[in-house]
Each structure stands twice: as C-alpha cells, then as structure tokens.
Write a protein that binds this ligand. Structure first.
Ligand code: NDP
Ligand code: MG
Length: 393
C-alpha cells in the first residue's frame, strides 16, 4: 500500500455523483485508494464497483440486499456490512482520510455528522444535509476543525472564487441557475408536463431527484440555503440569476465592487475532482471550454411567480428554524410522487406550502427535532397527496 494516497469513503457510490467520483479516481490511481463504498438498493452495481476498485469494505444500507452482496463478494477480500448504523460506525474508521457525501436527501445527514465527529475531511455533494441542519453541521465541523469542501458546482465555484481572499470581504454571492428544461414556460404549459419531460435537462446529466428539482427551481432554492451555511452569509447576501448556458457556475461580489466568477463546461467531474484534490489542481483529459463554441452568455431574472418552489424556499430560508427541514422533506415526497406521475408539476408547490403551514415551527431545533420534523413533514405531505389523488377520481 502506498501511504501517500488519499483514502476515500464514497457514500452513495452507485449514484450519479458517486459513479463520476469513481471515474475521477480511476483517472488518478496513483493519488487515491478506495477504502469504503456505500450503496442503498443497487446491489448489482455495488458488487461490480467492489470488484473493480477493491475497497476494504462496502456497506449496503438496504439490509434486504445484504445476503446478495455478501455472497457475490465471498471470494474477494472485501468486508461487507449492511444498514445505516453500520455506515455511521465505518465512516469513523482510522483508515479513511476523506468522506465524499453523495447520498441523496435527508438520508445522508447522519453519516455526514458521524464523519465530522470523527474529524474526517468532507467533500459534500449532499446539499439536503446543509438545507436541513446547516447550522448544526457547520457548528460541529468548526468544533472539530473539519473542512467541508463543496461539490455542488455553484458552491465549488464560490469556494474557488474565495481562495486567497480575506474573511469579511464578501458583499454578496450570485448563484447561477440554468433555468432547467422549462425556462420561459408558463403555468398553462407546466400543468401538463410529465416526469419524462422534466428529466430532460438541457446542460447537466444528473440523478432523477435533482433533475426534477432543477426543473422546478427547487434546486436553486436549496442551493441558496446551502450557500448560507457553507459561507456564513446573511440572507440578503445571496442572489440568483438565470444563465442558460451553464458556463459561469457562480460569482462572488466583493466589498470593493469586484466580481469574481468561476467558469467551465457543465461537467460534475470537475467540482468532484477539485474537492477530492483540494487545494491542488490536477491536469486531466476532460473536454475544456472554448470561446469558439459560445458566441454569447445571457442572463435573466428568475420567474418566481411561475416557479413557485424558489419563492417557497426563500420563505423557508427567512423563517429559519426547522422550516428548511420541512421544505426538504415535503419536496422529497412530492418529487418521488412526481417521478411516478402521481402528482402534477404545479401541484408539487401546493403540497409543499400546505406541509409548511401544517408542521409545528421550532426556532432552535436539535438533531432529534430535525428527525421528528422530517418524519412529520413526510407524513403530512403523503396525506395531502392521498387526498388530492382521491379527489381526482
Ligand atoms: P442519485 O439518485 O443518482 O444517487 C443517490 C445515491 O444515494 C445512490 O448511491 C443511492 O443508492 C444512495 N441512496 C439513496 N437513498 C439512500 C438511503 N436511504 N440511504 C443510503 N443511501 C441512499 O443522486 P445524485 O448522485 O444525483 O445526487 C446525490 C447528492 O448529490 C444529492 O444530494 C444531490 O442533490 C447532490 N448533487 C448532485 C448533482 C448531480 O449532478 N447529480 C450535482 C450537485 C449536487 P442506490 O442507488 O444504491 O439505491
Ligand atoms: Mg448545483
């Protein structure tokens, strides 16, 4: 074993970010060693990855898949574990240098907290972790002296713009949004769109949930909340601008009026690689931006009236407390329903708003409060969904 290699735990290895992270690892075998891989339900891919990347251990959090993974890897030197509790213990292993958090949704929160408590450097893709419990997560990271390096492209852009700058010099950050596949569309069109349309993102290839969030602009709402906690910003210090070409990944305006931006082709492997190799920059063979391919960059204000999720997310940001946790849980439920064509595109915002009115507000939530809030919000949104389905028939 080469001790200079960075030893990685990739949580959510079977997802869009996880698989791209493994591509980055494969391109730089002299730099990285895969120590742990986790998956939830995709046992087949986890088995393939274990054989290809030879981790010390794999964790399948869906325990019903344990026997399948255990059996398939019986003749390989890979330890096999099952369940979320095992994952929380394993992220604390001495042999891990960096944990990539690429699990989807609220389900990713507790393993990240466990990794922070164990003092691991975190490369964070799972934005929902910061949306739900950003204050708690950043506070624990500060206590443990843990660095959280963002993977989300906008936040990676801001992180890169801030390199070498003094604290307290940010005037505001400007998050760019592609506008998604329905940019410029109005409610009379959106009322009929189905999951198959919404999954066709013009610039990025991503997992299903974040693709829907991009189409509703909830993704940008979640990212504003994510930015607040990552960079310690006031609510008024964050702005969203639609930039359909997705080349400028975000900007920082400094107190002297200077603007810095980070640009590049829309390819998540770039921010993933930056987070895994920070503070270094590594040469790679990814396709590079060329001005010959782009005659202009355009910008426009987001349409908050049509894409109400962005306005609702802003409300949650200002309300604070457990409101973003409610927002996130309700959104996870409606997006899962929309993916099965069980709720309309515009109806998703209604269900989220209703849930936000229904769940009891807690100004200073504890981790237990977040767990309870998440469970309550899911229950109410599911009830609202059932009622609305009954009223159709
Ligand atoms: P995917 O849906 O493609 O992958 C999700 C991963 O999480 C899979 O490995 C999945 O396992 C695992 N997972 C799902 N549910 C659970 C659970 N209950 N417990 C443990 N693991 C679970 O998502 P993405 O890769 O698109 O996104 C991952 C995170 O990164 C999200 O928070 C997203 O917002 C963020 N992100 C993604 C970007 C992208 O381009 N995709 C860009 C910026 C941020 P399995 O498949 O085995 O069931
Ligand atoms: Mg993003």
């Amino acid at each position: 074993m080469n001790n200079n290699k960075k030893r990685l735990a990739i949580l959510g290895a079977t997802g869009s970010i996880g698989t791209q992270a493994l591509e980055v690892v494969a391109a730089h075998p002299h730099l990285f060693e895969v120590e742990v891989l986790s998956a939830h339900g995709n046992a087949n891919l986890l088995i393939e990855q274990a054989i290809a990347y030879k981790p010390n251990a794999v964790v399948i959090t869906d325990e019903t898949k344990y026997a399948q993974v255990k059996e398939a890897l019986a003749s390989y030197p890979v330890k096999v574990f099952a369940g979320s509790a095992a994952l929380m213990q394993i992220v604390a292993w001495e042999s891990i240098d960096l944990v990539l958090g690429a699990i989807l949704g609220f389900a990713g929160l507790e393993s990240i907290l466990a990794a922070i408590d164990a003092g691991k450097t975190i490369a964070l893709a799972n934005k929902e972790t910061l949306v739900v419990a950003g204050e708690l997560v950043m506070q624990r990271a500060a206590e443990k002296g843990v660095r959280i390096i963002p993977v989300d492209s906008e936040h990676s852009a801001i992180y890169q713009c801030l390199a070498g700058e003094y604290q307290g010099t940010i005037d505001k950050v400007i998050l760019t949004a592609s506008g998604g596949p329905f940019l410029g569309r109005k409610p009379n069109y959106l009322v009929n769109v189905k999951a198959s349309h919404a999954l066709q993102h013009p610039n990025w290839t991503m997992g299903a949930k974040i693709s829907i969030d991009s189409a509703t602009l909830m993704n940008k709402g979640l990212e504003v909340i994510e930015a607040k906690w990552l960079f310690g910003l006031k609510n008024e210090q964050m702005e969203v601008i639609v930039h359909p070409q997705s080349i400028i990944h975000s900007l920082v305006q400094f107190t002297d009026g200077s603007l810095k931006a980070q640009l590049g082709l829309p390819d998540m492997k770039l921010p993933i690689q930056y987070a895994l190799t920070y503070p270094n920059r590594l040469a790679n063979n990814f396709k590079k931006f060329d001005f010959k391919d782009y005659s202009k960059f355009t910008f426009e204000q987001p349409d908050y009236k049509t894409f109400r999720n962005l306005a609702i997310a802003k409300e949650a940001l200002y309300k604070a407390g457990n409101a973003p946790c409610v927002l996130n849980a309700a959104n996870e439920v409606v997006v899962a329903a929309f993916l099965q064509n069980k709720v309309g595109f515009l109806e998703m915002s209604e269900m989220i708003e209703k849930t936000m009115e229904r769940v009891t507000f807690i100004e200073h939530p504890t981790l237990d409060d977040y767990r309870q809030t998440d469970a309550d919000a899911r229950k109410y949104t599911t009830e609202f969904l059932k009622k609305s389905q009954l009223s159709i028939y």
